[in-house]
Design a protein around this ligand. Structure first.
Ligand code: GDP
Length: 425
């Protein structure tokens, strides 16, 4: 089977890491197609918790080749830390490859991210301050001095690029933000320290992906963040700087759209969101607190508490369409276990009009009033369920409603963080 895309159907943190880990078991290759170390995936294997920020979740399967494709951006220092952390726990990372064309997040990109965010004041967009925005900005600005992974292979090229970049960036750092300039030699030394670890991963990954496709092996293309954080289709400007939607998998990896035969949209049984921006089904009450506590909704990368709310069926319907989803993977059903009733927003009312899909005009979204359907809760634990028949009728009805709203079949339902807490549908 050729390629399967895994995409988050909400605002990220849907549990894509766990679903990718499961699919990776039968995959020859798992490829991350966008984003950088701002993503946080938590995967639990045999009771051991692994927090991954940059490296694809498939890394825990040694037989699976894990690739960071051209659409991703790489912070070499975070990469070194993550690789060393995994090696200490017995994961060799020998199966990791990084595209020569992936752009590099430099320490000055991180600095600029923080300075820009502070300068936005009350209009801050809640970035993770990991340098993602400034790095993608340099990439699209087509700066001849931009640093890509291939440039890390040659000390002289790297030194020259850093000097050229900082000659420009220091003007901005000093004149616009009033911050001390960054020393090019110190920056070079900082990066030089991690090169021994990073260099062996740099490869022509398109060839690797192509070979796997030609051999008819399973290829999983893994998105980070989620649909509504997409630069074009998300809730701009509270979005990420890349394209998490399934179309981004083609751009980020060089796999053509006709070669993708499954798009699995991962959707949490309720909604969460980190940072600012519209969130029509947000619950700022005890139920919201309960979801946050039971779902442990605190960022993997930043530790920030996530905003929580009911499942947004309008967003789900829209996400399924934007991604061309062929199946949904439902996660965290167990978090709703104790609720007497559960709600799903099936439409929005905006200025007296009903909307079944998210409006493109985000000013309208800010005024959306969700129209809810209420369903009985199951009020029992589903964490031990191994098959559909172990699930209470109320939970089955909830899953069915999610499937209807997405307009596609359910691929699996996750009832806990562990691998074996997954019901294949
Ligand atoms: P990702 O970035 O989309 O992979 O999501 P995160 O890793 O940020 O968040 C998912 C979190 O939920 C992780 O801590 C997972 O271990 C956990 N998780 C995944 N599936 C389930 C589930 O079905 N139930 C519960 N309770 N936790 C889950």
């Amino acid at each position: 089977m050729p390629a399967t895309v895994i995409v988050g159907a909400q605002w990220g943190d849907e549990g894509k890491g766990k679903i990718t880990d499961i699919l990776a078991e039968d995959a020859a290759v798992v490829v991350r197609y966008q984003g950088g170390s701002n993503a946080g995936h938590t995967v639990v294997v045999n009771g051991e918790e692994f927090k991954l920020h940059l490296i694809p979740s498939g890394i825990l399967h040694e037989k699976t080749t894990c690739i960071m494709a051209a659409g991703t951006i790489i912070d070499p220092i975070s990469l070194r830390d993550e690789v060393e952390g995994l090696r200490e726990r017995g994961i060799s990372c020998e199966n990791l490859l990084i595209s020569e064309n992936a752009h590099v997040i430099m320490p000055y990109h991180r600095l600029l991210d923080g300075l820009q965010e502070e300068a936005r004041g009350r209009h801050s967009i809640g970035t993770t301050r990991r340098g993602i925005g400034p790095t993608y900005t340099d990439k699209t600005a087509r700066m001849p001095q931009s640093i890509r992974m291939v440039d890390l292979l040659d000390d002289d090229v790297l030194r020259e690029r850093i000097e050229a970049q900082l000659a420009q960036k220091n003007i901005i750092i000093r004149e616009v933000y009033g911050h001390d300039p960054v020393d090019p030699m110190e920056t070079f030394d900082e990066i030089a320290e991690v090169l021994d670890v990073v260099r062996p991963f740099v490869a022509d990954v398109r060839r690797e992906i192509r070979e796997a496709m030609v051999a008819d092996a399973n290829v999983v293309l893994e998105g980070a963040q989620g649909t509504f954080l997409d630069l074009d289709y998300g809730t701009y400007p509270y979005v990420t700087s890349s394209h998490p939607v399934a179309g981004g998998a083609c751009l980020g990896t060089g796999v053509g759209p006709t070669e993708i035969d499954e798009v699995v949209a991962v959707v949490k049984a309720y909604t969460t969101r980190v940072g600012s921006g519209a969130f029509p089904t947000e619950l700022e009450d005890e139920t919201g607190d309960q979801l946050r506590e039971r779902g442990a909704e605190f960022g993997t990368t930043t530790g920030r508490p996530r905003r929580c709310g009911w499942l947004d069926g309008v967003a789900l319907r829209t996400a399924a369409e934007l991604n061309g989803a062929t199946r949904i993977a439902i996660t965290k059903l167990d978090v709703l276990d104790e609720l007497e009733t559960v709600r799903i927003a099936t439409e929005y009312e905006i200025n007296g009009e009903r909307h079944e899909r998210m409006p493109e005009n985000l000013d309208l979204l800010a005024h959306a009033r969700p129209i809810y359907e209420e369903m009985p809760g199951w009020q029992q634990s589903v964490t031990g369920a191994q098959s559909r028949s172990d699930l209470p009728d109320e939970a089955l009805a909830y899953i069915e409603r999610m499937s209807e709203l997405a307009g596609c079949e359910v691929w699996c339902v996750s009832v806990g963080p562990a691998r074996d807490q997954t019901i294949r549908y």
